[in-house]
Design a protein around this ligand. Structure first.
Ligand code: CUA
Length: 158
């Protein structure tokens, strides 16, 4: 079969574009990695309970740091530990969180606190809670049958 030379050119061009596209996708995927945005370090997710600070989840007042409270949080299907977080209004809080099993979300509804928890990674966020109130914390990553029941509460008190 005779292939017109323009047709041939377009075939070559198309193939070249496809290869270029795959290279770009491949390079960015491996280069950027797939770990969550707020992730600072890695952890053995099977031993979360034994590794500090996750061996002691909860709200901890700290001294001599740039923040006032550390909230150590462990997510697992289908709950958060601690179930309830209470901090005084105006305090600067460092959230340090991870998951013991699958991917979970951590979204404090109505605030800019929203991050992904991925097995093997620790996510963190430092923020000032400047509005008193009771906030619902929801899991915004589908994690299984109990996903919709996975929530907790953040109380910012006066
Ligand atoms: Cu945990 Cu959805």
């Amino acid at each position: 079969m005779h292939i017109h030379k323009y047709e041939k050119w377009w075939l070559t061009f198309g193939a070249a574009m496809l290869i270029a596209f795959l290279v770009i996708v491949g390079v960015s995927a491996f280069h950027g990695g797939t770990h969550p945005n707020n992730s600072k370090w890695t952890i053995n997710y099977e031993k979360v309970d034994e590794i500090a600070p996750f061996d002691n989840p909860g709200v901890h007042k700290v001294e001599g740091k740039d923040w006032d409270y550390e909230v150590v949080l462990v997510a697992s299907a289908f709950s958060y530990n601690p179930m309830e977080i209470e901090v005084p209004v105006g305090s600067k809080v460092r959230f340090i969180a991870t998951t013991k099993d699958v991917v979970h979300g951590f979204e404090v509804a109505g605030t800019n606190i929203n991050f992904m928890l991925e097995p093997g990674y620790v996510s963190e966020k430092i923020t000032t809670v400047d509005k008193a109130g009771e906030y619902v914390i929801v899991c915004n990553e589908y994690c299984g049958t109990g996903h919709a029941m996975m929530y907790s509460t953040l109380k910012v008190v006066d």
